[in-house]
Design a protein around this ligand. Structure first.
Ligand code: PLP
Length: 445
């Protein structure tokens, strides 16, 4: 099935779509339009081939145009396009939950379906709060997030998140009773670390300070990204996540890992929880769950949490929460086919094999003009550039545009360039990405 590329729209035809997280006027004056995708590549409206170094937006882990996935979605659409999951069900939602439970960290085998990472985060936060109440600890209402954390754009997500631009317009409407841990990026101590940085496990001890301040009896949960992606690839120092788990256990606080980016193989295991050998109580996912083909998210909850809700009369709805499209049949079909592809091609562990190749490719950029840090883990890489005086983000944007013009799609966050290629990436692709990115950095003043 080859969809015909649509003709390039005229500038006047670009005005109605209010684009998300985009400088609309800048984009519409000089648009970058993608019309086709296959394997590691996109093609632009004017027919140029673009090597995808970010898996779309950290989601197309099995590469583009996977026939098994699109055919499964088409077949499901032709059979039953929608079925409700409120007081009703359809078999593939149950099958998908079982399949996900089978690859989850031990005990995290209860699945709640959503449509996005943001919804997964809000769902997990609500489950955490409702769980505390269900087990008779209703005073535990406080949530702890982290500076520079990105947990999507719902009010819950921006409240526990730590990115000023996402929060400042809504400052008066944040969830009450949220506090933040310090972030873990220290260029001063850890610049150009290969893999996990050695310095900084003690930053987790700040949780003890917050507990001393607020008292554990008021805290429901801590939420962190095991590896934060959207804020510019911030890695956990060696031992940091284990320390967070220990402190949460000591004070009976839930630990939530937001694995919207790390889930489904990005760092060499199905989930970061397994890679770090730290088991949280809840995991939020989306993106790679369906290879980006149909919007879907999933929250993995521990048996302990699920069971706490399964009390009282059996005709009681245990959790007053859900989305019309929770477990949508097309999304379930896409996710089941995606899991088949991942299993058949070993993609959930392939990042571990390729990590050294990506590592040496990105660290080759040390010493290029304005490069102040290089970070990597699994199939995630980042190059941080020194901001121009008074113009933060301008240098990063120029590098991003140059890469695109030269046929490589990277992701820019401020002055950080992030790489997260599809997990099918070959060493030659990584070499090409590094060559184009390195050239763009060299030529950007
Ligand atoms: C860690 C994390 N959580 C949540 C989200 C939000 O996901 P979505 O954009 O699907 O709502 C993202 C998106 O990048 C993310 O990286």
């Amino acid at each position: 099935m080859n969809a015909k590329p649509s003709a390039t729209p005229a500038p006047s035809e670009l005005q109605s779509f209010w684009m998300p997280f985009t400088a609309n006027r800048q984009f519409k004056a000089n648009p970058r339009l993608l019309t086709r995708a296959q394997g590691m590549h996109y093609w632009t409206a004017d027919g140029r081939e673009i090597l995808d170094a970010v898996a779309g937006l950290w989601c197309v882990n099995a590469g583009h145009g996977r026939r098994e996935i699109t055919e499964a979605v088409a077949a499901q659409a032709a059979t039953m396009e929608f079925a409700p999951t409120f007081q009703m069900g359809h078999p593939s939602a149950f099958e998908l939950a079982n399949r996900l439970a089978a690859i989850a960290p031990p005990g995290l085998d209860r699945l709640f379906f959503t449509n996005s990472g943001s919804e997964s985060v809000d769902t997990a936060l609500k489950i955490a709060l409702a769980y505390q109440r269900a087990r008779g600890q209703a005073s535990r209402t406080r949530l702890i997030g982290r500076e520079r954390g990105y947990h999507g754009v719902g009010f819950g997500g921006i409240s526990v998140g730590g990115i000023a631009n996402n929060r400042k317009f809504f400052a008066a409407s944040m969830l009450p009773g949220v506090d933040h841990l310090p972030h873990t990026l220290s260029i001063e101590h850890n610049a150009f670390s290969r893999g996990l940085p050695a310095w900084g496990a003690h930053l987790a001890n700040d949780l003890e300070r917050l507990i001393a301040l607020h008292d554990a009896s008021t805290i429901a949960a801590v939420i962190v990204e095991p590896v934060s992606g959207s804020a510019g690839v911030l890695l956990p120092p060696v031992g940091y996540l284990k320390r967070l788990r220990e402190i949460c256990d000591k004070h009976d606080i839930l630990l939530i890992f937001d694995e919207v980016i790390t889930g489904f193989g990005r760092i060499g295991r199905p989930f970061a929880a397994q890679a770090f050998e730290v088991t949280p109580d809840l995991i939020t996912t989306a993106k790679g769950l369906t290879n980006g083909a149909v919007p879907m998210g999933a929250v993995f909850a521990s048996r302990k949490i699920y069971d706490a809700f399964m009390q009282g009369p059996e005709n009681t709805i245990e959790l007053f929460h859900g989305y019309t499209y929770s477990g949508h049949p097309l999304a379930c079909a896409a996710a089941l086919a995606t899991l088949d592809v991942y299993a058949r091609e070993g993609l959930l562990t392939r990042a571990a094999d390729l990590a050294p190749v990506l590592e040496s490719a990105v660290h080759g950029m040390k010493g290029l003009p304005h490069v102040i840090d290089v970070r990597n883990l699994g199939l995630i890489g980042a190059v941080e550039l020194e901001p121009r005086p008074n113009r933060p983000g301008a240098r990063g944007y120029e590098v991003f545009v140059k890469c695109f013009e030269r046929g490589v799609l990277v992701r820019q966050t401020g002055d950080i360039i992030a790489l997260s290629p599809p997990l099918i990436v070959q060493p030659a692709d990584l070499a090409r990405i590094a060559e184009v990115l390195g050239g763009a950095i060299r030529e950007t003043a």
